[in-house]
Ligand binder design. Structure first.
Ligand code: ATP
Length: 214
C-alpha cells in the first residue's frame, strides 16, 4: 500500500494490536467503539489512539466513536490480511517447536509453511502440521518465502542468516541472542526473551508504576 509510508513507525507497530481488538469486536457483532473503550482494552492512551487513527483516515465522531467495519477493512488491507505471508522457521528446538505448535493463523494470516533443522532425528517429521527439512535443503526449498524466524543456537545465527538472505528472505525475526549483520534492505526484528525478562524485572524494581494510571 502506497499510503503506508505515511504512517509513523511507532503507529505502525501498534497496528496488529488494534487489528486484533477490532477483529474481536467485529466477531462479537459490535458496530462501533469509543476511543476510551479502545484505550482500556489495548492499554494505549486515548490521545495516542486518536492520533494513530487519524493516520488511518478514521475520524471518531463525538458520542459515536469509530466505525468497526471501516477500521477492520483498513487494517485488513494495510496488514495484507487478505494475502497470506509464507514464513519459514529455522531451528526446531524448544522455542522453535513451541512456535510451530502455536496457531498464528488464529489472529492473522501469517503461516509457518516449513521448518529446517540440522538434527537427522527431526528431519522428515512434522510439528504442528509443518514439515521439517534438513538445513542442507534450505536453498532448494525456500521459494517465495520472504520472512524467517530464527531459533537456532547463537553460533549458527550469522551463517544461516546469510543463507536465508541469499535465498531471497528480506525479513528475519531473530530469537537468538546474536546481533546478526545484514545488508541494507533486510529488516531484522530482534526478540531476546532472556533480555526482555531481565529488563521487565529491572523496570519493576527501579521504575514502579504506582503513580501512573496507564
Ligand atoms: P533442544 O532441546 O531441542 O536441543 P534447544 O532450543 O535447547 O532445543 P538449541 O541448541 O538452542 O536447542 O538448538 C535449537 C535447534 O536448532 C535444535 O533443534 C538444533 O538441532 C537446531 N540446530 C542446530 N544447529 C543448526 C543448524 N546449523 N541449522 C539448523 N538447525 C540447527
Amino acid at each position: 500500500m502506497s499510503d503506508q509510508s505515511k504512517i509513523p513507525q511507532a503507529t505502525a507497530k501498534r497496528l496488529p494490536l488494534y487489528y486484533r481488538f477490532i477483529n474481536n469486536l467485529h466477531i462479537q457483532g459490535k458496530l462501533r467503539v469509543s476511543s476510551k473503550e479502545l484505550s482500556d482494552a489495548v492499554k494505549v492512551d486515548s490521545a495516542t489512539i486518536r492520533r494513530d487513527f487519524s493516520y488511518f483516515g478514521a475520524l471518531g465522531k463525538k458520542g459515536y466513536g469509530y466505525n468497526v467495519e471501516y477500521l477492520l477493512e483498513f487494517f485488513r488491507k494495510t496488514l495484507d490480511q487478505d494475502e497470506s505471508t509464507p514464513v519459514a522457521l529455522i531451528g526446531v528446538g524448544n522455542l522453535g517447536t513451541a512456535f510451530l505448535n502455536y496457531n498464528f493463523m488464529k489472529n492473522n494470516n501469517t503461516k509457518i509453511e516449513m521448518a529446517f533443522d540440522a538434527d537427522a532425528g527431526k528431519v522428515g517429521t512434522e510439528v504442528g502440521g509443518v514439515p521439517i527439512y534438513h538445513i542442507d535443503q534450505l536453498e532448494d526449498k525456500l521459494h517465495d518465502v520472504g520472512a524467517a524466524i530464527l531459533t537456532v543456537p547463537l553460533s549458527e545465527a550469522q551463517t544461516i542468516t546469510e543463507r536465508l538472505i541469499d535465498s531471497g528472505v528480506t525479513g528475519i525475526l531473530n530469537f537468538t541472542p546474536a546481533r546478526i549483520t545484514v545488508p541494507e534492505g533486510v529488516r531484522v526484528h530482534h526478540i531476546d526473551l532472556a533480555v526482555e525478562l531481565q529488563s521487565l524485572i529491572y523496570f519493576m524494581k527501579h521504575y514502579p508504576l504506582d503513580n501512573e494510571d496507564d
